[in-house]
Design a binder for this molecule. Structure first.
Ligand SMILES: Cc1cc2nc3c(=O)[nH]c(=O)nc-3n(C[C@H](O)[C@H](O)[C@H](O)COP(=O)(O)OP(=O)(O)OC[C@H]3O[C@@H](n4cnc5c(N)ncnc54)[C@H](O)[C@@H]3O)c2cc1C
Length: 397
């Protein structure tokens, strides 16, 4: 008999949240990650209100300021700037997002999972799935010492992100047609940060995101559209210089970044469009980005990662109890249904954002109606319906 009921591959938000919820229910969980925590991850580093609320539910801490033990910045809404067009939207009264360093958030959540009883093996890279006929019976991983190890469990939860080895080995993921890349930097000395995620759209589908992440720092993510290969080549070894030059091409940013300096390494990543085929494989559940991802523009990935863990955990529990994977199939369907509208909206926003005239027209039209503006903020913020079931306004420590 295996020592574990579930092996969770990947300790990002989806993996740690699922491990915490499962361990809380008495499930024997082994979580493995290829990296050593705290580790950085390319990300705009802003949690929307839905993500903050999900964290509150998962950790059992209704007020995030009581739970977060690291610097963060409350985020009240977002601002989109395209040329001289400017659209500003606020999340509903009483709801906030949060900007923070991903390595601190992910480490904090992984620790919560461990406190709940999860065993956590770091520097352990899963190389492939262990198949027994048509079902998955565990994983083959590379141990910290470089040895191949076989880890068995009744179920494998693939939470290993965009480039999921688990999804690839199960032959269920694909590359989508959208080919974008991004550079993610931390900046010190940015003027005019105002508790909002700011998105500057520019030529060739280039989008620059700026968000306060606490501790006086801002995250700046430069996403490149169709010219991403040329961009990556232009960046060469001087990524810090490159992202600052790209951002300073926008007049407002030229002023606000005049004294800004890059703090730490600039991370590169892409492409992001990874659709998942419908599937039903015994012994497998996919969570977070590994279950399908499209584009970071609307900043909903962490919410979805956490929410998929919330939906998957009871389904995994039921599958273990009944020895049937019907509940996992149902989880896949409900996850798809829950995110379907948001995903369609993401596709529309992404396409519009690549056509400056239409994009500005759309921004002006939305901005002319306070109802439309707040509805959009609510949908993109994945704002919970019941405010009493989530975290109210947060204060930065
Ligand atoms: C440029 C960019 C900007 C973004 N900005 C935002 C934003 O501002 N807000 C937002 O909400 N979302 C944003 N996202 C999306 C967000 O980062 C992801 O949706 C989220 O991190 C998904 O969480 P996850 O747990 O599924 O995977 P991840 O956070 O990617 O975690 C996966 C984990 O699996 C581990 N792993 C990978 N392969 C293996 C292996 N073979 N064996 C063992 N471990 C493995 C990795 O080390 C990692 O720790 C952004 C994404 C990108 C690319």
């Amino acid at each position: 008999m295996s020592r574990y009921d579930v092996i969770v591959v990947g300790a990002g938000p989806s993996g740690s949240a699922a491990s915490k919820l499962l361990a809380d229910s008495g499930v024997r969980v082994l979580m493995v990650d290829a990296e050593v925590f705290p580790r950085r991850k390319p990300c705009g580093e802003s949690l929307n209100p839905g993500a903050v609320a999900a964290l509150g539910r998962i950790t059992g801490q209704l007020r995030a300021e009581e739970a977060f033990d690291f610097p963060f910045s409350p985020i009240q809404g977002w601002r989109v700037i395209s040329g001289r067009t400017n659209l500003e939207a606020s999340f509903p009264e009483g709801l906030n997002g949060a900007g923070c360093r991903r390595e601190l958030l992910d480490h904090w959540l992984a620790q919560m999972a461990c406190r709940a009883g999860t065993e956590f093996e770091q520097r352990t890279r899963v190389e492939r799935l262990l198949w027994e006929g048509e079902r998955i019976a565990g994983v083959i991983a590379r141990s910290p010492g470089g040895r191949p190890v076989t880890l068995r469990a009744a179920l494998v939860a693939g939470s290993d992100g965009l480039r999921s080895v688990v999804a690839r080995n199960a032959k269920v993921n694909r590359y989508g047609p959208l080919r974008k890349a991004a550079f993610t930097a931390r900046l010190d000395g940015v003027y005019g940060l105002n508790g909002r995620v700011e998105l500057f759209t520019a030529r060739d589908g280039k989008v620059i995101g700026l968000a306060p992440i606490g501790g006086g720092l801002a995250n700046m993510t430069v996403a490149l559209g169709k010219n991403h290969t040329a961009g990556a080549a232009a960046a060469g070894k001087d990524r810090a210089g490159y992202v600052l030059r790209e951002a300073r091409e926008i007049p407002e940013l030229a002023e606000r970044l005049q004294d800004a300096e890059v703090d730490g390494e600039v991370l590169a990543c892409g492409p992001f469009d990874r659709p998942i085929l419908p599937h039903h494989i015994e012994g497998l559940a996919l969570l977070g980005d590994a279950a399908g991802y499209y584009d970071p523009l609307t900043g909903q990935g962490i919410y979805r990662a956490l929410r998929s863990a919330e939906l998957a955990a009871p389904a995994i529990l039921q599958a273990l109890q009944t020895r049937s994977s019907e509940s996992i199939r149902d989880y896949g369907i409900s996850r798809h249904e829950e995110f379907a509208f948001g995903t369609r909206l993401q596709h529309v926003i992404e396409r519009l954002s690549r056509q400056p005239l239409l994009w500005r027209m759309a921004l002006r039209m939305i901005g002319a109606s306070s109802l439309l503006t707040s509805k959009l903020a609510e949908v993109i913020g994945d704002c919970p319906k019941e405010t009493n079931a989530c975290i109210p306004v947060m204060k930065s420590p």
